[in-house]
Design a binder for this molecule. Sequence first.
Ligand SMILES: *Cc1c(COP(=O)(O)O)cnc(C)c1O
Ligand code: SF4
Length: 399
Amino acid sequence: MPLFKFEKNPPIPQHLSITENEWMNPQWQMQNALKKEADFACYFDLQSDESSVFHGASDLFNIRCTPYYASLAQNKPHHPIRKILMPNTRELVSENQEMLDPLGEKRNLKSRRLIHRYSDRALLLITDFCSVYCRYCTRKHFTGQDQVLAKKEELDEALLYIKSHPGIKEVIISGGDPLTLSDAVLDRVFFEIRKIEHVEIIRLGSRMPVVCPQRITEDLCRILKKYKPVYFMNHFNHPKEITELAAQKLEMIVDHGVPSFNQMVLLNGVNNHEAIVQALSRRMLYLRVKPYYMFQCDPSKGTDYLRTSISNSLKIQKNLWGHLSGLAMPNLAVDIPNGGGKTYYSPNFETERQDNTIFYRGWDGVEGAYVSPNDSEIIEPIDAEDYFSEWDLIRNSKK
Ligand SMILES: *Cc1c(COP(=O)(O)O)cnc(C)c1O
Ligand code: SF4
């Protein structure tokens, strides 16, 4: 048994005077979202500058939060989750770098709802709706504009593109948050994607296990199982988000044979410390959720105050290296602004190179050298050509 404990489930906020059944109902959570200043004032003491931001910030990026997620930080002025959900005056001022579309996604839109940036996988923006609008969201050019579920023509157009590109082996269902849609809609979308023979993997990205774990039900898990292999991508940023309820739901997903991963974003003053990242990662791993990415926060408009510096992110990674199981270690990745794609960072322990000999000083200072064979001795495996056609299809998938 682990020595750590998951967060206690938050009590139902008293001002709501509702039943346990209502609280546990995901529809109730979504329909009773906090949107206005008065809603937030029931949970938090608002500072005068926070109060003023409700008018301006929603023009830049929609404001919404589930009562469950807000209750995790209720009446705690310095709680990390408060920073994620609360609009901030600094969203409204211009700072270092701010782009509405830092990943250049609009340029890679192959149809109104499909981004095809990397050869073998395409990203389907099934809805722009989220039950919590995280203030650091990278997709402010799309998310939260109340367009909701893709129209039938938009979806058909995206499916047609995937159908006509046999190099696309994986479809990532994203948004917005796909799990804000009903089981019936999700089932239909999965069904349509699975009809396309060359699609091997379906990936589903959602923050619902964090912001509304009530949404994860046996019925939903059976759908994920039915269309296997479906990979579930979580987005937990902080160990305080892993309540007992969330933990139970994550296990329910994995128990249905759905491999699960976690992508986190390093956020200034929220989770940018190795002690916090290790705590998050080990809890995730214990729940059979593999920590996958630790993202540098994108320079999305109005997020300067939430971004870490690159050197701060590198320091966190370096401090974790060697102390955190490789299974629990997320990849530090930066999305190159302007749509350059992802780039990874990893600590470089090489100290010197002399001809074929490469010298290293490892994570705890132990030194060693690797003597490399000569390049002239390198041969190609004779059966590589068995896989050439498969490989060419993928490499040329964007043509
Ligand atoms: C990040 C991303 C993906 C997925 O990349 P992985 O490295 O496979 O997780 C796919 N499409 C787009 C547009 C992305 O930004
Ligand atoms: S859940 Fe994801 S898409 Fe939605 S606001 Fe948060 S980061 Fe953006």
